[in-house]
Design a protein around this ligand. Structure first.
Ligand code: IMP
Length: 181
């Protein structure tokens, strides 16, 4: 599918073909690494949903999916994140892969990992489509990384600007003059 670049964007940073190829590679690697384990893919709504949907279909071993939600990231909130939707399934003793759209400061993943650890999974790893290490505050271990990006605000493939643009099939950077909500 082709999609017109929205006027708020200046360029496509990761196109559909690159996403498809990387998702397939990650899926193969994860299937190999988690073979024979009780694999659970968990993501944080809403951004990670799109990546999880493609990634789980690239993993050729049995798995289950589950979802959490946290309060929206607020610039200048001092890193406060709050759980608004908990897991549906028990993950005690399971092999959990936390699937994230982007790790920026790392505060969200750090918080979600602490919540997941409290359920005593046998294994807990992070798979992030995008890693933006420039603004990292919490040092989070990323076992599976799609792409590493410079410090730009990006939209598409799950990532939003005020709730919009998640459905773009690629990841594009915002023009510098666009004010974040
Ligand atoms: P962190 O807690 O700073 O690592 O940021 C995590 C959350 O902030 C992500 O799950 C996104 O919801 C949001 N976020 C961070 N960078 C971007 C971006 O470039 N575009 C859209 N959302 C972002």
């Amino acid at each position: 599918m082709t999609s017109t670049l929205p006027t708020v964007c200046d360029q496509v940073l990761v196109d559909e073909a690159a996403i498809d190829q990387r998702v397939a590679e990650l899926g193969r690697q994860i299937a190999e690494d988690f073979e024979g384990q009780d694999l659970r893919l968990i993501t944080v709504l809403k951004g990670g949903l799109f990546f999880l949907a493609d990634l789980c279909r690239a993993i050729d071993i049995p798995l289950r999916v589950d979802f959490m939600a946290v309060s929206p990231y607020v610039v200048g909130s001092g890193g406060t994140v709050r759980l608004t939707k908990d897991l549906s399934d028990d993950i005690g003793g399971a092999s959990v892969l936390l699937v994230e759209d982007v790790v920026d400061t790392g505060l969200t993943v750090n918080y979600v990992l602490s919540l997941l650890r409290a359920h005593h999974p046998a294994r807990l790893e992070v798979c992030a489509l995008l890693d933006k290490p420039a603004r990292r505050i919490a040092d989070v271990p990323i076992a599976y990384r799609g792409f590493s990006l410079a410090d730009r605000f990006v939209i598409g493939y799950g990532l939003d600007l005020g709730g919009r643009y998640r459905n773009l099939p690629y990841v594009a950077s915002l023009r510098d003059e666009v004010v974040l909500p």
